[in-house]
Ligand binder design. Structure first.
Ligand SMILES: O=C(O)CCC(=O)C(=O)O
Ligand SMILES: [Fe+2]
Length: 189
């Protein structure tokens, strides 16, 4: 994540994905539609400096038939989202990897998932991280129990991910109003 986003970055969202056999009524070869995770940022993007980056921790084996992550090699350098599903599907490949693998990718990469043709579950944990200037999807600050930090091998890094070192968006800190002002309050003289 430091390589992709720089030393200072934040956790945006952390969630678990559970997929089961794709029902016959679902059309086409794809379940998760092709997208880039920073697709809500206007393009063109500087692919050398992604706004977000993702990690998928695979808890079951990924094969094409098991509904693997699908991605377009080299698409992270195009600098925009796919214009259509077909544009991405034409060049998409399956990411096949055993359970326990950690898949890391830039927010510029075009990706989705192939339909799951087999019974059973596909299970993964996804952790989207974002640049320090980007609004995270979840507000972790002040919500993580201290014991969690104490049990971490790298509590400083975890605190940074959770924005514990960031002073903004607090109405008050040490009795002082923290929101930046353009006009001095009357009481200041
Ligand atoms: O595995 C999938 O279904 C897609 C994952 C994805 O889009 C993501 O983690 O951002
Ligand atoms: Fe995604």
């Amino acid at each position: 994540m430091r390589h992709l986003l720089g030393d200072l970055h934040r956790a945006s969202v952390s969630n678990g994905w559970v997929k089961w056999q794709t029902p016959e009524m679902h059309p086409g070869p794809i379940t998760t539609q092709f997208h880039a995770d920073q697709g809500n940022v206007p393009s063109p993007w500087d692919w050398r400096h992604p706004h977000v980056s993702n990690m998928n921790w695979l808890l079951t084996d990924y094969t094409h038939a098991d509904g693997a992550f699908a991605y377009v090699p080299g698409s992270h350098q195009i600098g925009r989202s796919p214009k259509s599903q077909e544009e991405a599907l034409e060049h998409a490949v399956a990411l096949e990897a055993p359970a326990g693998s950690l898949v890391m990718f830039s927010g510029c990469l075009w990706h989705g998932a192939f339909r799951k043709q087999t019974p059973g579950l596909r299970v993964s944990m996804h952790g989207l991280h974002c640049a320090h200037y980007y609004l995270p999807q979840q507000d972790f600050k002040g919500r993580i129990p201290e014991a969690f930090y104490e049990s971490s091998d790298d509590p400083g890094y975890l605190r940074m991910l959770m924005r514990e070192d960031e002073p903004w968006l607090e109405a008050e800190l040490d009795g002082t109003f923290k929101v930046p002002r353009t006009v001095e309050p009357a009481s200041a003289g």
